[in-house]
Design a protein around this ligand. Structure first.
Ligand code: SF4
Length: 677
């Protein structure tokens, strides 16, 4: 069996995979992300490539149709909305599952030709707060860390990250490094005890959103104990005094930790030069997620613990191509190639390069606001691509109603039946993993190829091709006459070269003459390039910025705090991973973790059903009684959809509360009551 060298479609680790059409799956020993390792999800990929449930032909009005009919109708509806109601009456909602080429074309089409930045993505639920925090501190959305830093660190602090389940191969790499260097210390900061806590030397059980109190307290401790790097601050950082003054106003006990726990952690952090702070959704998915990111970055900047091996902050992305989406400007508040949509010179340069008729004049609607605009009638034509917001966004019932309120909805997907697809006027069959070609960027800025090893089923087309075909129908053939994803990638690289006048981190010159077909996994701007090694950042004066961060008030006692997240063996709404019997055996039904004392107070025993309620919604789940979840808190996986388990579907309970800076929903801080069912 011939094996094709490709990349796993699940998490942001971006493992290399050798895949065969007969379902053979092996870890790629030559891929620098995983060196042959795979986790349970990656190794079960061969069980997920059948065609059961696939959408194989365009559908119009619920009936099989053809591409010409479907795309002609879309062109007419989007064109009419723009003509009659203006560009901001149309919107795209896309996905971190898209390949970079898909993402690039989607952004070019809507921003440069339709004339609106109403394009947002399910990556808004993943890392938008990290993007905003990076831009505030560094002047760019730069992730300075590499996976090798994790192996070279003497202290790894994992904040709000269940790496063992959500980025398993990174967890394996840390475990191997720790075994080889027993002096390496791992601290896990998380309200919940997880499989990741089991690897850690110390689990710091903060209260939900206690991160700012913890890291503000660390900054104050560093100042008190003379552990700041004054020379680094003076040369490379603005905003130190205000940030420290605010930190000194914070009571670190508001983190929920004891004085002894704080003292031990602060001594360990300040006494270790090579510290990597890894953070993920527990930081990002919060009403103060951007501030949490900056509270962490403040500590690294105040000590110069950034830009050197084994050192620095490291945001790990949940999705396989959240990073590639960021690079091509895949969100409503971004422009292509890390350029700034709010900068008129940047907009003009991109429009000139694209030779496009218009350019979105300002940022568009972020995810939650986009669906509010669907609900109140502002959006007249919506295209949902490769994602399922009717079940995955907070207030998912409200989102479903909002989508149903849009006069024209198109959905591109690999599956025939999804909660969002059921609301569409036009369904477009897309090729899936193993059937399409393109690139993805993993959490350490490494661009890898996804390669096809299966034929496109039925009439399915790659997403970038569907978008180009629609553009052609709307009269823009010239800007979208790509025949291969290699040509799209080449234009993306050329845009980078054409805009070098604008100082920023993204530099793709390494890829200018790359052989796309044979492209090996490569980090931008160069393999082993270390950002910020020279103390130069991307604000106008070349300095980084520390921000004064106010800790949120401790939460009042009362209802339960419902935290949602991932299971080890499932991915998102289980469209692909749900096909594998092996993966389904891990945790087979919706459940809610509840502390033994809370279970006793509710007279709930193991296996009972409990009802979680908001004023308008109820979910019924199996009780899993464990002290891994703290008293007053609950944890439930977010995978089950309305179609799979109408009772156990949890996202209906999530309130659409967002971080005011990033617009990222606070998916880990939902208020519910709980009763025995
Ligand atoms: Fe795929 Fe992530 Fe597992 Fe690697 S760690 S095999 S990228 S799911």
């Amino acid at each position: 069996m011939t094996l094709t060298r490709t990349t796993c479609p699940y998490c942001g680790v971006g493992c290399g995979v050798l895949a065969g059409a007969d379902g053979t799956i092996k870890g790629d020993p030559e891929h620098p992300a995983n060196f042959g390792r795979l986790c349970s999800k990656g190794s079960a990929l061969g069980e997920t490539i059948d065609l059961e449930g696939r959408l194989l032909a365009p559908q119009v009005g619920g009936k099989d149709s053809d591409w010409d009919t479907a795309l002609s109708l879309m062109a007419e509806k989007f064109g009419a909305a723009i003509r009659d109601h203006g560009p901001d009456s149309v919107a795209f909602y896309v996905s971190g599952q898209l390949l970079t080429e898909d993402y690039y074309i989607a952004n070019k089409l809507i921003k440069g030709f339709m004339g609106t930045a109403n394009i947002d993505t399910n990556s808004r639920l993943c890392m938008a707060s990290s993007v905003a925090g990076h831009k505030r501190a560094f002047g760019t959305d730069t992730v300075p860390g590499t996976y090798r830093d994790l192996e070279e660190a003497d202290l790894i602090v994992l904040v709000g990250s269940n790496l063992a389940w959500c980025h398993p191969v990174l967890h394996q790499r840390i475990a191997a490094a720790k075994e080889a260097r027993p002096d390496m210390r791992v601290v896990n900061v998380d309200p919940r005890k997880t499989a990741t806590s089991d690897l850690a030397d110390t689990h710091l059980r903060i209260v939900p959103d206690g991160d700012i109190a913890l890291f503000n307290g660390l900054l104050a401790h560093l100042a008190e104990t003379g552990a700041l790097n004054r020379a680094y601050i003076d040369s490379h950082v603005n905003g130190f005094d205000a940030a420290l003054a605010q930190a000194q106003q914070t009571n670190p006990l508001d983190s929920g930790l004891t004085e002894a726990e704080l003292d031990e952690f602060y001594r360990l952090w300040s006494g270790t030069q090579k510290v990597v702070t890894v953070y993920s959704q527990g930081v990002n998915q919060s009403g103060c997620g951007t501030d949490k990111v900056n509270a962490i970055l403040n500590c690294h900047l105040a000590t110069g613990r950034i830009g050197t091996p084994g050192c620095g902050p490291f945001s790990v992305t949940g999705q396989p191509n959240a990073m590639g989406g960021r690079e091509v400007g895949g969100m409503a508040n971004m422009l292509a190639n890390h350029l700034d949509i709010e900068n008129p010179d940047h907009r003009a340069a991109v429009q000139g390069f694209w030779q496009s008729p218009v350019m979105a004049p300002q940022p568009g609607l972020k995810a939650v606001d986009m669906f509010r605009a669907c609900a109140d009638g502002r959006i007249k034509a919506l295209w949902v691509i490769s994602t399922n917001p009717a079940v995955s966004l907070p207030d998912a019932d409200g989102v479903a109603q909002a989508i149903a309120n849009v006069p024209f909805v198109a959905v591109s997907d690999i599956m025939a039946r999804t909660d969002t697809g059921d609301l569409a006027h036009v369904l477009l069959p897309a090729t899936g993993w193993g059937e399409k070609d393109g690139t993805v960027t993993n959490s350490e800025r490494r661009i890898s190829r996804q390669r096809a090893f299966l034929p496109a089923p039925g009439q399915a087309r790659p997403d970038w091709k569907i978008m180009c075909d629609l553009a052609g129908k709307m009269g823009w053939s010239e800007g979208f006459d790509f025949e291969t994803p290699a040509q799209v990638f080449a234009e993306y690289v050329a845009l980078s070269a054409a805009t070098t006048d604008f100082a920023r981190d993204l530099d793709l010159s390494l890829f200018a003459d790359a052989d796309y077909a044979a492209l090996i996994p490569t980090q931008w701007p160069a393999n082993d390039k270390r950002f910020f090694a020279d103390g130069k950042f991307y604000h106008a004066d070349g300095k980084a910025k520390m921000l004064p961060i106010t800790a949120p008030a401790p939460r009042a006692a009362g209802d339960f705090t419902l935290n949602t997240g991932r299971n080890r063996d499932q991915w998102h709404t289980m469209t692909r991973s749900g096909k594998s019997p092996r993966l389904g055996a891990h945790l087979a039904e919706p459940y809610a973790e509840i502390h033994p004392d809370d279970a006793a107070a509710l007279t709930v025993t193991e296996g009972d059903l409990i009802a979680l309620q908001t004023p308008t919604k109820t979910a019924v789940l199996r009780a899993l009684i464990t002290d891994r979840t703290a008293k007053g808190q609950l944890f439930a996986p977010m995978h089950w959809t309305r179609q799979q388990s109408s009772a156990g579907w949890i996202n209906a309970l999530a309130a659409p509360v967002v971080d005011p800076v990033s617009g990222q929903p606070a998916s880990k801080m939902n208020r519910v009551t709980a009763t025995k069912f």
